[in-house]
Write a protein that binds this ligand. Structure first.
Ligand SMILES: [Zn+2]
Ligand SMILES: [Zn+2]
Length: 405
């Protein structure tokens, strides 16, 4: 019979005191941390808000979105308590926008509908009688897939989704909910932060769900794509060892030289992807795999190369559990603010939106999920300068010909 001995290190671990909180202490804690914000009644607006502005509107499924120049802007007086009006400066084009536009999910969006579910802008009005708003006029905020939750109907994340069931971010002015708009860390550039609101949180959450620990191997399929290049950086920032799976020399360079992946498997050149990935992870296979492509083959391969009890996570689309909650959104942005993750993107003119929304062009041009900003409402000089600067940096990064999200 073996004798169970207490390992020596146990005595070194400080004892954690577990006790119920003292009620008075707890009340003090609540008073400090949960006190209502000082502005219990808010000023509706100090901004000059036009009656109409631009919006890219889905009018018919499977058709181009219609660019309206005089779409009605909700009047501040019409905002309900808890609603706010956001003047958008950047909005993203995401693969899910195509699914909404083509009605691929069997959730018929109410048309006409302003598309888009990533956007950053400024709060320019807050509904009258809004109490305890966590945001105030002038705050920079992000709008993401989940527009709000009514706490009644919400197991399905499409029922209050920007650009899917409520008017989204492809507009100069968008209605948001003060409790749901996402504060953006000060140090973050609006354009760089916009794709994090969907693509970034999708992969951040996927990696968290993989339960991989520091030093574990994680394989990322589609590592050089719009989702994948963010996944590689988040994984590296979380202390994971990355095996990047994709194809082509430019993607290899991107993944290994720029993003911090340790191993590279080119799925086109490899004679046996399963064997190569297993070997890249020391012969036992990776602890986790994140699939950032919309194609069945990598799933089957991952089932074969993952080590025993390994975890397979798909970030196929953002419906369901793959999008993160508000806490995770804050975490994902903080990691970007720390400079550990940088999204590669291109800033485009407002009227180019259809080029990226049309399914074929979207794939051919490699404008992937969250990989592109379609608009800029700032002065055009600034836009031109920005474009030159950004395109220089990212020209190679998005030269994608594979069928990635
Ligand atoms: Zn998206
Ligand atoms: Zn609901």
């Amino acid at each position: 019979m073996s004798v169970r001995r207490t390992p020596s290190w146990v005595s070194d671990v400080p004892r954690i005191q577990t006790r119920l909180p003292d009620p008075e202490e707890y009340l003090r804690f609540l008073q400090i941390h949960c006190k209502p914000s000082p502005q219990s009644s808010v000023q509706m607006t100090t901004y000059d808000i036009p009656k109409t502005a631009r919006a890219a509107v889905i009018k018919q499924f499977k058709q181009d979105v219609v660019l309206e120049n005089s779409y009605p802007v909700p009047s501040p007086a019409d905002l309900k308590p808890g609603e706010c009006l956001v003047k958008i400066s950047y909005a993203g084009v995401c693969h899910s926008d195509l699914h909404v536009k083509d009605n691929d999910w069997g959730f018929p969006s109410p048309l006409p509908l302003v598309g888009g579910h990533e956007g950053i802008g400024t709060v320019v009005a807050i509904g009258e009688h809004t109490v305890d708003s966590p945001v105030k006029l002038g705050d920079r905020v992000g709008l993401k897939w989940v527009a709000r939750s009514c706490l009644k109907c919400c197991p399905m994340t499409v029922t209050h989704a920007n650009g899917c069931s409520v008017n989204g971010t492809w507009a100069d002015y968008v209605v948001g909910w003060t409790d749901y708009v996402q504060p953006i860390p000060e140090s973050l550039d609006s354009a760089a932060a916009t794709p994090i609101l969907c693509a970034g949180i999708t992969v951040y959450k996927a990696i968290k769900q993989s339960n991989a620990n520091i030093g574990d191997w994680i394989a990322i399929s589609g590592a050089g794509g719009g989702l994948g290049h963010l996944a590689v950086q988040y994984a590296v920032a979380m202390g994971l060892r990355v095996i990047a799976i994709d194809t082509g020399e430019s993607k290899r360079k991107l993944c290994i030289d720029q993003l911090g992946a340790e191993k590279w498997v080119d799925f086109m050149e490899s004679k046996d992807v399963v064997k190569d990935v297993t070997e890249a992870a020391g012969g036992l296979g990776p602890h986790a795999a994140v699939i950032a492509v919309g194609n069945a083959i990598p799933f089957n391969e991952a089932l074969l190369y993952l080590r025993a009890a390994g975890t397979l996570v798909a970030c196929l689309n953002i419906v369901g559990s793959s999008t993160g909650n508000r806490q995770e959104m804050t975490e994902a942005l903080d990691i970007v603010a720390q400079g550990k993750v940088k999204c590669h993107f291109e800033v485009r003119e407002w009227d180019e939106v259809n080029r990226h929304v049309r399914r074929k062009d979207h794939r051919k041009s490699g404008i992937e999920i969250g990989g592109s900003q379609t608009r800029d409402l700032i002065a055009s000089d600034e836009l031109t300068n920005r474009r030159a600067e950004i395109m220089d940096k990212t020209e190679d990064a998005l030269g994608n010909e594979s069928d990635q999200l």
